[in-house]
Write a protein that binds this ligand. Structure first.
Ligand SMILES: [Zn+2]
Length: 319
């Protein structure tokens, strides 16, 4: 079995993962596939790929789907839920084996993502699913040669971004072309209090840090969203070094022949003029600012900053 080289973007929502996915995909040796965890949903609904074609008619996905008949019956998603996330994280630290069903799901993912690497001749495929449990299971399956990019955005920016989510009805009024898909977002705009988002941010980022440092080691890098958006060229150059890719092209403005699925709508527009979205600094209310300190978020943020300054050498074979 040939291990598929996979860059996995892991982190909490609203951290800029779609932006990072698109920036990585601007490199000719990297192909981004978006939030691949939702691939099966996309196929069932025959949603449009970023190339404009329905997934089943897309020049990339069409032939891959024909070659992997299991993709029609076996969901590429490992399933969600907080308890699963916790148990998968612990199992990853302990290097526990997968269950039979998990092995089968990993196999379908491997056939599909491996198909992308072969069809495009890419050195890496990018999965920006973000989900930590999925990252752990793909890693434990042994089917992927993985690099983990842990993307962390200032928790106050995440809280502010969440507070701006439009209710589904309003969103669909503006984008009627998304009406069918929006039906699959029952949770959209369940307004979450800032405290909920801070707790989640801390729990997940701490868990990812722990797995990253103890288990993934040189395969793991922490990137701050704020730095990525402020110094995109520099951060991308560092990532290319770590990935062992030639330093060439891949500016944020490069047009990409993308076949992403999932992720936010940004993927349908070209990435131009990356800039830091820090509106929260001016517009975040006093309540969320006080809670930020009360919950002790700055402690985890300091830890993230410390790890972000580590620039691990590329992993050697098998490390
Ligand atoms: Zn496509």
């Amino acid at each position: 079995m040939q291990r598929t080289p996979l860059i996995y973007i892991v982190g909490t929502g609203r951290s800029g993962s779609t932006l990072l996915d698109l920036m990585l995909s601007a490199h000719p040796d990297i192909t981004g596939v978006g939030e691949f965890a939702n691939f099966t949903d996309w196929v069932k609904q025959d949603d449009p790929c970023t190339c404009g074609q329905p997934v089943t008619a897309c020049a990339l996905w069409g032939p891959i789907l024909s070659a992997v008949p299991d993709a029609a019956t076996h969901d590429a998603h490992f399933g969600v839920g907080l308890r699963r996330q916790v148990s998968r994280t612990i199992r990853c630290i302990l290097a526990s084996p997968l269950t039979q069903q998990e092995r089968e799901t990993a196999k379908v993912n491997h056939e599909l993502l491996g198909g992308v690497a072969t069809a495009t001749g890419s050195a890496y495929v990018v999965d920006s699913s973000k989900d930590l449990g999925r990252a752990c299971l793909l890693y434990l399956s042994g089917r992927f040669d993985m690099r983990f990019i842990h993307l962390v955005r200032d928790a106050r920016g995440v809280v502010f971004s969440r507070s701006k989510t439009k209710p589904r009805e309003e969103f669909v009024r503006e984008r009627p072309d998304f009406a069918t898909r929006a039906e699959r977002w029952p949770d959209r705009k369940r307004a979450r209090p800032a405290g909920f988002t801070y707790r989640r941010w801390m729990a997940f980022n701490t868990a990812i840090l722990t797995v990253g440092v103890t288990r993934w080691r040189r395969r793991y890098r922490l990137v701050r969203y704020e730095r990525l958006a402020a110094e995109p060229e520099r951060v991308m150059a560092e990532l290319r070094d770590w990935l062992g890719l030639d330093v060439q092209v891949a500016t944020a403005d490069t047009a990409v022949d993308a076949h992403n699925i999932g992720g936010n709508r940004m993927r349908f527009k070209p990435v131009t003029g990356v800039r830091v979205d820090d509106e929260w600094r001016r517009s975040l209310g006093r309540g969320p600012r006080v809670l930020y300190a009360l919950y002790g978020v700055p402690l985890v943020a300091a830890l993230c900053n410390m790890v972000a300054r580590r620039h691990p050498a590329p992993p050697t074979h098998g490390s």
